[in-house]
Design a protein around this ligand. Sequence first.
Ligand code: IMP
Ligand code: MG
Length: 192
Amino acid sequence: MEQNLKEFTIPKGYPFEGKSLDILISEKEIKDRIAELAVDISERFKTEKPIFIGVLNGSFLFYADLLRELSIDFEVDFLKIDSYGSATKSTGTVRLLKDISANITGRHVVIIEDIIDTGLSIQFLKQRMENAGPASVTFVTLLFKPDVAKLNFPIDYIGFNIPNRFVVGYGLDYDQKLRGLKNILAFREGDV
Ligand code: IMP
Ligand code: MG
């Protein structure tokens, strides 16, 4: 995936206009991988009615694109957490900014994340969900940084493993910016 990365120049009118980033994962690759994940997840839950919990903000595009590809019925809910103190570094503590509203006791819960970096957020979410006594908790993430993440449990569905670089686009932000770009883009060394 790292070989011969194509370049993307941030268009006029956007923050960082004119800056070049590497296209780590293209729009087409995202779409194709989501189709594969949707088949696997639909198969896994074909006899259940899972509740998909989107982790705001970063997962909103992935969440919508994945769920519309499923061939099963489901319920939706959302929560919002924050672990990034500065624009690109985890603070080491996770804060719950918005909680789910559904009662998940006895339910099959599927957590949808945009990216697992240190693993702190997903660890926090696992603990929080399990405290409510669900029938099962399944973890789905679009992106995973295997060289950084420290986890003592497996992630059930991973879209892409990526190198330890800061990425934006397709819902992911730099300081709340650039979420609308369609590819997954990596800033170059020293740029952020
Ligand atoms: P963790 O708790 O360190 O695993 O970080 C998880 C959260 O940090 C993600 O849900 C993102 O919101 C944010 N994050 C981590 N890495 C990146 C990145 O490369 N770009 C944008 N956001 C990131
Ligand atoms: Mg996030």
